[in-house]
Design a protein around this ligand. Structure first.
Ligand code: ZN
Length: 443
């Protein structure tokens, strides 16, 4: 529903790993000794850590001194931390590539000979900064919501979020590369080894990765009438036996997400606050939006669309190896192109999921209660749900790399050609109302 992995984190991972592609233990491009590199990079990373900590302290003091409400200070802190993430991406690349930290980190043979250990070492600086930033942000929002909460209480509430971020970022990469390390050790023909590696990558992405992410989310199962209704809705949406689970957020988050590619390795998560507070028609639209992502294979499409860029770059790699400067430039260009293509495809798939959810709702409403019955009603209810879901965090209404803004999605539903002529007018009217509501809420 709303973005789970920020693009700055995605870029941090990509850039950190890219910095280690060509690195060998003997090549430090900066000309610094390993000790000088460690001290210089330690200073840069410590300065960033202090900056993040200071932002948390400033936000806290602006609330305690009654200069700002908790909500406003929280929004401001989130914006400042997001800017810090981008700064951190630049600084981490400077340390790894410019100051030669990558070559120092991978210099011990037990790291240099293992892809998993190499990735862990390269991800360590960036991920530490990112997780510290998440900790700062979460600590502030928890302290704002609950006046009396101990340090251990805060840590208990923050840990699920930290483990979730690790489970969708570091853990899959390290585990997959660990499996590839094991395959590399098996004494077989290089062709068989390549085939086994490809098979392991595919199996891991399809089965182990969704399981890993699902397990990292604190969840419970549905019960009672609501479970029956949601199961029925999921079945009629064509998702077969895809389980729907309650994502436990201590009623702090309205969100939904679909994890996995194919049944039975996929799960649909609806947050506790979403299920408790959204009226049934809006909840149905949120669920159908996520079901549409799964049905129309949006996740594999997003992944596959970036492959041609890297395959083209790999085809030129023998030539690029002889031109070191161009090779680095090509890596940067591939990353930029990946981000641009990913953004365009992600936004298009969001519009497609909205439109498909509306079509599904009309069809399912003939057989199930509590589902919008017409295209105008379904787009209106989905618009309302989008506004409500993003109400807690105004930042969530803005366009991100993987999601169009709430306003653009509402406008897109408004311009979407519906078969019923008179419905078009109703949808336009509903979307205009939503737009006015959104604009006044943003002011
Ligand atoms: Zn979506």
């Amino acid at each position: 529903m709303v973005q789970v992995m920020p693009i700055s984190l995605f870029l941090m991972i990509l850039m950190s790993l890219a910095c280690g592609i060509e690195v060998t233990e003997s090549a430090n491009p900066s000309g610094l000794t390993p000790t000088e590199t460690v001290f210089a990079c330690g200073g840069v990373l410590l300065a960033l850590t202090l900056l993040i900590h200071s932002l948390g302290v400033i936000a806290k003091s602006s609330v305690t001194q009654n200069r700002m409400s908790v909500e406003d200070a929280g929004v401001l802190l989130a914006r400042r931390l997001e800017k810090c993430h981008w700064l951190a991406v630049g600084m981490v690349v400077l340390c790894l590539e410019g100051l030669g930290l990558a070559s120092v980190l991978v210099s011990p043979p037990w790291i240099a000979n293992s892809l998993a250990m190499k990735s862990l070492a390269l991800l360590f600086p960036g991920m530490s900064l990112f997780l510290f930033s998440v900790l700062t942000n979460e600590k502030f929002s928890i302290a704002g919501e609950r006046k009396r909460v101990s340090r251990t209480g805060i840590l208990r509430l923050v840990l699920p979020k930290l483990s979730f971020i690790s489970a969708i970022s570091i853990l899959p990469i390290v585990l997959l590369l660990g499996l590839i390390d094991v395959v590399q050790m098996i004494p077989i023909e290089p062709t068989y080894r390549s085939a086994a590696t490809a098979l392991i990558v595919i199996l891991f992405i399809v089965s182990a990765l969704p399981w890993l992410v699902s397990q990292s989310i604190g969840h419970s199962t549905l019960s009672g009438k609501k479970k029956k209704w949601i199961d029925e809705l999921t079945k009629r949406a064509g998702l077969g036996n895809t389980p729907v689970k309650i994502w436990r957020t201590n009623h702090r988050n309205m969100n939904a997400m679909a994890i996995g590619f194919i049944s039975p390795f996929r799960t649909l998560f609806l947050s506790d606050q979403l299920v408790a507070e959204l009226p049934s028609k809006q909840l149905a639209m949120v669920l159908l939006h996520e079901a549409s992502h799964l049905k129309r294979q949006h996740l594999p499409i997003r992944l596959l669309c970036t492959i041609p860029i890297w395959v083209t770059a790999a085809a030129f790699s023998p030539w690029l190896e002889q031109h070191q400067g161009i090779a680095s430039l090509t890596t940067v260009m591939c990353i930029v192109l990946t981000l641009i293509v990913l953004r365009w495809v992600a936004h298009q798939t969001e519009y497609d999921a909205d439109a498909e959810a509306c079509r599904l709702a009309v069809r399912i409403s003939r057989e199930l209660d509590g589902v919008p019955q017409t295209l105008s009603e379904s787009s209106r209810e989905l618009s309302r749900a989008l506004l409500k879901v993003s109400q807690q965090r105004s930042i969530a209404r803005k366009s991100t790399w993987m999601h169009p803004s709430v306003l653009t999605r509402i406008q897109n539903m408004r311009s979407h050609p519906h078969p019923e002529a008179q419905e078009r007018g109703l949808v336009a009217e509903a979307a205009t109302r939503m737009q006015a509501e959104l604009t006044s809420a943003a002011c």
